[in-house]
Ligand binder design. Structure first.
Ligand code: PLP
Length: 388
């Protein structure tokens, strides 16, 4: 390796993180009871303009609570994407419900055309419920993932959801800060359009709390339910009375302290990621056989992750690119293996999965940290040019 290591995505903790965490430690509020937790919830709700927010341990637990708060039960089915991180789908199984896998479109998010086709042709709408013809089960909702900070086609998806009475759970774990700048949802943030949305503050996300998550919604009752479930479903604080099975999912004050400092820098991170994306795109699109997948024109994207698409006529295939970049000190990775092909999901129903397979074979994620410097970015581009 003749160059320093350039990581794929690392956090940037140069704001007030240490100051706030120090305060949390000095005041000895380290667990779920401290003031930063409430403040962080309030600030997130304010930032994405939602009616409220409920903190949790991570995005996965947030999705679990979101499904429960939407009333998904073990006898139900939920439509999910096959091309995403498996944490978007596992919570369906935590409840004992069944996923039905959908394909993606060219933006890597759920194909709304195929979704409509599936609801119309493979299901029946009976007594206000969408029933899967194959299994006779009630399809209760959809999990929509805003992949890499892009926005799924929420106009079409919400229209379908309204028509077939489906709950919409937005997995916006990768997309905090993305919002519509045109159309029916102008000004609406990813995560605030469906019934409920979930953000993640894992270490590789655009802002981090080490591990953490947040549920947002305009539905105050739903938020109340999620909050209740996140704190062991305690109905009486003093006497330890519990009215259902709850979870220990609430965020700690230490996590929230970091989150608050991170949120203060979010717009700055988005600015840097956007500049870097545009520079990459300008350079990479000129290389024969390579391109950077676009973000949609009708949104302000947070530009979280960059997806390099390699055509079959580029001198190297996906795996060769990853190996080659690694020798040059550059970390990259393929996108997720399709969930419907993973062992625990191999027997689940799928609907016309095609594009997801293509993208799985042709996409490589390249370094995208907010603190990626121009010199390193240009070095990465030079390395990609070399084999041509
Ligand atoms: C990161 C991520 C999650 C899970 O978030 P955690 O905070 O790591 O539990 C879920 N879905 C998608 C699409 C993600 O990228």
């Amino acid at each position: 390796m003749d160059h320093k290591f350039i990581p794929l995505s690392v956090p940037n903790l140069k704001g007030k993180e240490l100051e706030y965490v120090t305060h949390a430690v000095k005041t000895e509020w380290v667990s779920t009871g401290g003031p930063y937790v409430n403040e962080f919830e309030g600030r997130i709700a304010e930032y994405v303009k939602s009616n409220g927010a409920v903190s949790c341990q991570n995005g996965t637990s947030g999705l679990h609570l979101a499904l429960l708060a939407c009333g998904v039960k073990k006898e139900d089915e939920v439509i999910v994407p096959t091309l995403t991180f498996i944490a978007a789908v596992n919570p369906v199984k935590y409840i004992g419900a069944e996923p039905v896998f959908m394909d993606c479109d060219d933006s890597l998010t759920m194909d709304a055309e195929k979704l409509l086709e599936f609801c119309r042709n493979e299901c029946s709408f009976i007594d206000g419920k969408l029933i899967n013809n194959r299994t006779k089960k009630h399809i209760k909702g959809i999990i929509v993932v805003h992949v890499f900070g892009n926005m799924a086609d929420m106009e079409k998806i919400m229209t379908i959801a309204e028509q077939f009475h489906l709950e919409v759970i937005e997995d916006a774990t990768e997309a905090i800060g993305t919002y519509y700048i045109e159309g029916r949802y102008t000004g609406k943030y990813a995560g605030t359009i469906g019934n409920v949305g979930v953000y993640s503050f894992n270490g590789n996300k655009i802002i981090t709390t080490g591990g953490g998550g947040m549920i947002v919604s305009d539905d105050v009752k739903l938020l109340k339910k999620a909050r209740h479930l996140s704190t062991q479903a305690k109905s009486d604080e003093l006497y330890y009375t519990h009215d259902e099975i709850g979870y220990n999912y609430r965020m700690t004050n230490l996590q929230a302290a970091v989150g608050l400092a991170q949120l203060e820098q979010l717009e700055g991170f988005i600015y840097m990621k956007t500049i870097n994306y545009e520079l990459y795109k300008e350079k990479i699109d000129k290389i024969h056989g390579l391109s950077l997948l676009p973000f949609k024109d009708n949104i302000r994207s947070n530009h979280w992750f960059y997806a390099l698409k390699c055509e079959d006529y580029y001198p190297m295939n996906r795996d060769e690119i990853i190996k080659y970049l690694s020798l040059k000190g550059i970390q990259s990775r393929p996108i997720w293996g399709l969930i419907s092909e993973q062992k625990p999901y191999a027997d689940c129903q799928t609907y016309k999965i095609k594009k997801a397979k293509y993208f799985w074979e042709h996409i490589v994620n390249i370094p995208c940290s907010a603190n990626l410097i121009k010199e390193d970015l240009l070095y990465i581009v030079e390395c990609l040019k070399e084999p041509c």
